[in-house]
Design a binder for this molecule. Structure first.
Ligand code: DP6
Length: 324
């Protein structure tokens, strides 16, 4: 019997950018994110005793060797948990508006963790699921939950998991993605963050900054203060990107369009239309704002970036499973 799970992607407001233990995928710092409704992955896993290796397709296409190895290593963890040696057939579909370049390992590994563990016969708690998803991709730890989510860095495999801060976001926090470039990122987050940990002279400072950002962000969320949430997220993102610039060799995910979007947002803010930006391991820009200002913001951005490059997303749900 196949098992299908759906998980939504998340965007970090306080970023995870570095591992302390790459094997166990323990992060250097805590992090905090918003799960989004618009971008999700559906994954169907079928145990098949006749297979002698796992098989993967994403959006109907067979997966290349490098990703097959990463996915098989992840399924080995599931087999270990379940005490089985069965191989799996895995079919994943990313639901991301056409070529938005926002497909994410967060929704992919959260959906795979949920579907594969259930298909293998395990009934994991959400905390156990979060720990399992972490082994696939750090950001997937948080996609197990909906809404605003905190990932505790922890000190070992048991204690590094995510928890919901507010699963149903009951204030008008919204995000808008500006698609600057939909192609594959040039430096993967995995490689990029490791280089920063090893070579950026600012890395020790980043650990301290994230601690205070976490405290301040949680206070802003408790106060439902969207402008403060946005301000803190923007500062945190800029500091994360300062790590990439200060690594050896230095690099950046920003492109011309990224800078143009940042400048425009600064101008809108100066003119009293409050919105803030955040960027991840790629050139696309995500804005944080109060949903009441959505139309005004779109009116300002559309002439510069094109209406079809703007994707509005609201807080979304955690992972869910459908036993067919
Ligand atoms: C910038 O979770 O993709 O989006 O753990 O190596 O798979 P791995 O990295 P990944 O990195 C996400 C980095 C980020 C910030 C964040 O989501 O917190």
């Amino acid at each position: 019997m196949p098992t299908t799970a759906r998980a939504h992607t998340n965007i970090a407001l306080v970023k995870y950018w570095g591992k302390r233990d790459p094997q166990l995928m323990l992060p250097q710092t805590d992090s905090l994110s918003l799960t989004l409704d618009r971008f999700f992955t559906d994954t169907t896993v079928t145990a098949d005793r006749r297979l002698n290796h796992d098989r993967f397709t994403i959006n109907g296409q067979a997966v290349d060797d490098k990703n097959t190895n990463r996915l098989t290593a992840f399924l080995d963890l599931v087999r270990q948990l379940a005490g089985t040696d069965t191989r799996f057939n895995v079919a994943s579909t990313n639901h991301v508006p056409t070529s938005a370049g926002l497909a994410s390992s967060a929704s992919a590994f959260a959906a795979l963790a949920a579907a594969a563990s259930r298909e293998a016969g395990c009934h994991l708690s959400r905390r156990e699921l979060s720990r399992l998803a972490r082994r696939g991709s750090g950001s997937a730890t948080r996609s197990v939950y909906g809404g605003l989510v905190e990932w505790h860095r922890g000190t070992n495999d048991q204690t590094s998991f995510a928890e919901p801060l507010m699963e149903k976001v009951d204030f008008p926090l919204e995000m808008l993605a500006i698609v600057i470039d939909a192609s594959q990122k040039k430096v993967s987050s995995r490689t990029g963050m490791q280089l920063c940990v090893e070579t950026s002279p600012f890395y020790p400072e980043w650990r301290t900054i994230v601690e205070s950002d976490m405290t301040n962000m949680k206070a802003a969320i408790a106060n439902q203060d969207i402008n403060r949430i946005g301000q803190l997220a923007q500062e945190n993102a800029l500091r994360m990107h300062a790590l990439t610039l200060s690594a050896d060799p230095g690099y950046t995910y920003f492109e011309e369009g990224t800078m143009r979007a940042m400048r425009l947002v600064d101008t809108l803010n100066a003119n009293g239309l409050h919105c803030y930006y955040t960027m991840d391991a790629g050139p696309n820009v995500k804005l944080i704002y109060n949903s009441k200002d959505r139309q005004q913001i779109i009116d300002q951005l559309a002439p510069v970036f094109g209406k079809d490059k703007l994707i509005v997303a609201k807080p979304g749900p955690g992972v869910s499973i459908t036993q067919l």
